[in-house]
Design a protein around this ligand. Structure first.
Ligand code: ADP
Length: 160
């Protein structure tokens, strides 16, 4: 069994992310979900993203969650993680992930495994969910219950 890292912003975590995490766990046995914390980025759910990921994945065997700051390759090296797993939805994901994969491999030898998104989640992105949420649309079919509840709370007190 090896541990792979599933990194992302998870702003918020969706059923598409959970599908990739579950399949990665089934393939490799153990997954660390890394929730990126980047000071340059403005997150809608801030640090609450990490709690939402933890609660959404609570009770899943072989799945742990950690915030990630700094360079991904350093985070992996410190923990003995040799591969990251990324979900691939469409061409734009591929173009970006290919560049990142080569950069990370060049930096420390960290490998990248690209897993095709499930057909039913292939068009789902947190970015679009945030836009729909802000405009009052119902995104509950696309998120775990814990996120649906957080969105309800956010609606009664929106941050922007
Ligand atoms: P997004 O791109 O939706 O804002 P993240 O930055 O959190 O999400 O993405 C983290 C990882 O999850 C990336 O590898 C991304 O390709 C993958 N991912 C995001 N949404 C989906 C989905 N619907 N199906 C499969 N993989 C996804």
């Amino acid at each position: 069994m090896i541990t792979v890292l599933c990194p992302g912003s998870f702003d918020p975590i969706t059923v598409g992310h959970i599908d990739i995490i579950t399949r990665a766990r089934d393939l490799f046995g153990s997954v660390l979900v890394g929730v990126g914390r980047n000071n340059q980025k403005q997150y809608l759910f801030g640090d609450q993203r990490i709690d939402l990921v933890r609660e959404a994945l609570d009770g899943m065997d072989g799945v742990d969650v950690s915030p990630i700051e700094g360079l991904l390759v350093d985070f992996c090296r410190e923990r003995g993680i040799t591969a990251v797993i990324k979900g691939l939805r469409f061409g734009a994901d591929f173009d970006f992930e290919l560049q990142m994969a080569h950069m990370n491999r060049g930096l420390t030898g960290l490998e990248t495994v690209l897993l095709p998104a499930a057909a039913e989640h292939v068009t789902l992105s947190s970015t679009i969910l945030r836009e729909v949420m802000k405009l009052g649309g119902d995104v509950t079919p696309y998120v775990p219950d814990v996120v649906a509840r957080a969105i309800e709370a956010w609606r009664s007190e929106p941050v922007d």
